[in-house]
Design a protein around this ligand. Structure first.
Ligand code: NAD
Length: 486
């Protein structure tokens, strides 16, 4: 047991409804001040085996419950999350360095919603019957089995529950491998789920390092679905590890998304949307870090973005006034500053920030101009508070530059013309396109990326298409006998 922000946390695994220790541990460090938070159980293949076995054992009874029966338990989990919102918010902030005010007001309410929304959705899930030559076809959603879920640190509990919610609502059981950089709230979720009455083995947590616990889980022959959120290189390793078992994969990966600013736009809105990209210190998969602005307004737009970004308050994420916090780890800070240093050496110009802090993990908001076309800073995901500015002459060039990426997670455009919005959004290569807005999304809408940004879509029916074995049953009009007994 450790205490973080006054909250007691059991840092062992949660397997088959009980706490399980490992021989080895790893150290959890807070990004806020690089202080030591505690030793966390480092899972190996043995704990992964035990968790998958527990999940397999729990599966038939959980799958046999009706959607409303499962939903009742999942809504109690959501209630438990709401009751412990402040604990979860404080622990997550200390663990991954994201803003406390965001955790309190946006993230933790959404964590509870991830359970409620999919519990409700599963109850209404229905596909209309089809008919062919007098035959009736009925589509049903059967639980698929054990779902392995591997998640990153930038929004640990939100991203985990966005997968756990639909997987459990579908009737699957779950083994979660949380990120080693921010493992704590997963452990609290196990307590909350247990207290809400989730049966033993339905939800399991194996803590550990990606290359050990994560690797053992991704190649495990006992899993029926593998849902991964993280980086492209890790996705490649996981896909290779999972190949022999041919387990269906859902991948939500990185991005290098554009913000396309046209000269007919509401400039105040465009400036706000650009500065919003420093949210979570840029550690956001959807972030529009490539700012593409039409030449005729570039100078004014750039000056206003820089001025507004200078006003951002950087500091301790527990302070309500803070806008930009720390990066998650020293290794990540070195990675981010490496990208910026190489870009500057390659001819880019820092018009804001651009130098690593002398102390701490608080990399400053940075804006780079004049990067060479095709250079690393314009093509690779930095995952930090670093924006690039480029200009375009007209609509065709803007669209071409926006689509000049191997990713395709999101794209945002700002224009005052409804016709242009229709034309441009249709041509953008991205799983989500935002027009004059950012980050707004219903949980029923499809979410996922094109290209290197992922495989598949989740959200609403798309989640159940993945977590279920979708079955088609065809009833012939012929061959029936009169029966009085049904
Ligand atoms: P990461 O790929 O390093 O790690 C993600 C998870 O994979 C962690 O739990 C880690 O332990 C595990 N892992 C690492 N090596 C593994 C292996 N060999 N086998 C199995 N599991 C392994 O990613 P990260 O640095 O934690 O997160 C940042 C990345 O996540 C960025 O690329 C970001 O864009 C992406 N991301 C995507 C979305 C999305 O929805 N598209 C959301 C958030 C973050």
């Amino acid at each position: 047991m450790i205490s973080v922000e006054g909250v007691a946390i059991d840092t062992r695994h949660w397997i088959g409804g009980r706490r399980v220790a490992s021989d080895r541990t790893f150290a959890d460090i807070s990004p806020i001040d690089e202080s030591f938070l505690g030793d966390i159980a480092a899972g190996t293949a043995a704990e992964v085996d035990a968790a998958v076995a527990a999940a397999r054992e729990a599966f038939p009874a959980w799958a046999a419950l009706s959607a409303p029966e499962r939903g009742a338990i999942l809504r109690r989990v959501a209630d438990g999350i709401d009751e412990r919102r402040e604990d979860l918010a404080r622990v997550e902030t200390r663990d991954n360095g994201s803003l406390l005010r965001s955790h309190r007001r946006g993230v933790m309410p959404r964590v509870a919603m991830n359970f409620r929304f999919f519990a409700d959705y599963a109850e209404k899930l229905a596909h209309p019957d089809m008919e062919i030559r007098g035959h009736r076809e009925r589509v049903t959603y059967d639980p698929a089995g054990v779902t392995a879920i591997i998640t990153p640190w930038n929004a640990p509990l939100m991203l985990a529950t966005w997968r756990i919610g639909p997987a459990l609502a579908a009737g699957n059981t779950v083994v979660l491998k949380p990120p080693e950089w921010a493992p704590l709230t997963a452990s609290l979720l196990a307590d909350i789920a247990h207290e809400a009455g989730l049966p033993a083995g339905v939800f399991n947590v194996v803590q550990g390092i990606g290359a050990e616990a994560g690797a053992a889980l991704s190649k495990h022959p006992g899993i029926n679905r593998l849902s991964f959120t993280g980086s492209v290189p890790t996705a490649g390793v996981i896909a290779a590890a999972a190949a022999p078992t041919i387990v269906p994969l859902s991948f939500e990966l990185g991005g290098k998304s554009p913000l396309l600013v046209f000269d007919d736009c509401d400039l105040d809105l465009a400036v706000d949307l650009a500065v919003e990209q420093f949210d979570n210190a840029g550690q956001v998969c959807l972030g529009a870090f490539r700012i593409l602005v039409q030449e005729s307004i570039a100078a004014e737009f750039q000056a206003r973005v820089v001025e507004k970004a200078r006003g951002l308050v950087q500091g301790d994420p527990r302070d309500e006034k803070t806008d930009v916090s720390a990066l998650v780890s020293r290794a990540h800070l070195d990675r981010v500053s490496g990208f910026v240093d190489r870009a500057l050496a390659d001819g880019a110009r820092a018009i804001l920030g651009g130098a690593a802090p002398e102390k701490g993990l608080y990399y400053p908001p940075t804006i780079l101009a004049d990067a060479k076309p095709g250079s690393e800073i314009l093509t690779e995901e930095v995952f930090g508070p670093v924006l690039t500015f480029q200009t375009f002459a007209d609509e065709d060039e803007g669209v071409r530059m926006a689509n000049d990426t191997r990713f395709g997670l999101a794209a945002t455009l700002v224009t005052g013309s409804p016709e242009k919005a229709e034309r441009v959004s249709a041509r953008l290569n991205a799983g989500t396109v935002w027009v004059n807005c950012f980050f707004v999304r219903d949980l029923g809408a499809p979410f996922g990326g094109n290209g290197k940004s992922g495989i598949g879509r989740e959200g609403g029916t798309y989640s159940f298409d993945f977590y279920c074995d979708v079955k088609n049953t065809v009833f012939s009009p012929n061959g029936w006998k009169e029966s009085s007994h049904g």
